[in-house]
Design a protein around this ligand. Structure first.
Ligand SMILES: Cc1ncc(COP(=O)(O)O)c(C=O)c1O
Length: 287
């Protein structure tokens, strides 16, 4: 993997990165995280990631004992130790911390703060040139009154089970529905379709992670005069789309050309997807 890890300020190679089995992140999956990547060695959209991290923390009642600048400094130190040539993948995790075997947060006064830095691995060029196949999976996205999908939570069993289904089918990603049967998002990415030039993605109310790439795409759309909007979507909207794509920090925009072995549009990455991807890359590399 070739990662460098910062555990509560102690930076080590991955083999020496350890955390207590009494950390409630391990015991109960109680923690939150962010995944960022660099362009020109600088974390892209850092402020937006910090905003989401703070909202996730607030939603699980976890006080974050650092300022944005302090965390940025920890990330910089870890990057410096990692000496990644090219771009870096950065994962920040904050768990409830170490304490007695109880759900009572008073048992864990000090959150654990972990920063993982490793080389960013881009998807192969064919992924963008040819597009990918996804499948609709049976596992549904968490109900918002369960572990709310708005929380970027370390508690990822539901997503792992959904991803396992997609992996069994040899698909690039799995698309999850919500408890109403509407489309929500992929297991590690947001979902978009294009119909008659309009770009649509399920609304946050459908129960999904507010992706930073998703959010940035609304700005990109405005910049180039493409209508990007939220819209409740169902299976038939995806099957009947002219184009579809998924978004995530580490994969940017990936064209979807097949869903459950049914072709989307003409079966090739579409013009609107390309236009958005090219503009996204231009902005990311310019910032
Ligand atoms: C469930 C889920 N949805 C969407 C995304 C995409 O979010 P972002 O664009 O912030 O990477 C992710 C990223 O890991 C994810 O796990």
């Amino acid at each position: 993997m070739n990662a460098t890890v910062n555990v509560n300020g102690r930076i080590t190679p991955e083999r020496d990165a350890v955390i207590s089995v009494f950390d409630h992140g391990f015991l109960y999956g109680e923690g939150i995280y962010e995944t960022m990547r660099t362009y020109h060695q600088r974390p892209f959209l850092f402020d937006r990631h910090m905003r989401r991290l703070r909202r996730s923390a607030w939603m699980i009642d976890l006080p974050l004992p650092f300022t944005d600048e302090e965390l940025a400094a920890q990330i910089r130190d870890t990057q410096a130790a990692a000496c990644v040539e090219g771009e870096a993948y950065i994962r920040v995790l904050v768990t409830r911390g170490i304490g007695e075997l109880t759900y009572d947060p008073k048992a864990t006064p000090n959150p654990s703060i972990i920063v993982i830095v490793k080389p960013q691995v881009d998807p192969a060029p064919e992924v963008y040139e040819r597009g990918v196949r996804v499948v609709l999976v049976d596992i549904i996205r968490n109900h918002p009154q369960s572990v709310n999908p708005m929380i970027k939570s370390n508690n990822l069993m539901n997503s792992a089970l959904a991803a396992q289904e997609a992996i069994k089918h040899g698909a690039f990603e799995g698309v999850m529905r919500n408890y109403h049967g509407e489309l929500a998002e992929c297991t590690t990415a947001n979902l978009f379709i294009v119909k008659k030039g309009v770009v649509m993605t399920p609304p946050l109310e459908a129960g999904l992670l507010p992706g930073i790439t998703r959010e940035f795409l609304f700005d990109i759309g405005k910049e180039i005069g493409v209508d990007v909007r939220e819209q409740v979507l169902r299976d038939e909207d995806l099957f009947g789309a002219d184009e579809a794509f998924l978004t995530s920090t580490t994969r940017e925009l990936v064209p979807i050309v097949t869903v459950n072995d049914r072709r989307i549009g003409n079966g090739r990455p579409g013009a609107v997807t390309w236009q958005l991807l090219n503009t996204f890359r231009r902005r990311a590399n310019a910032d």
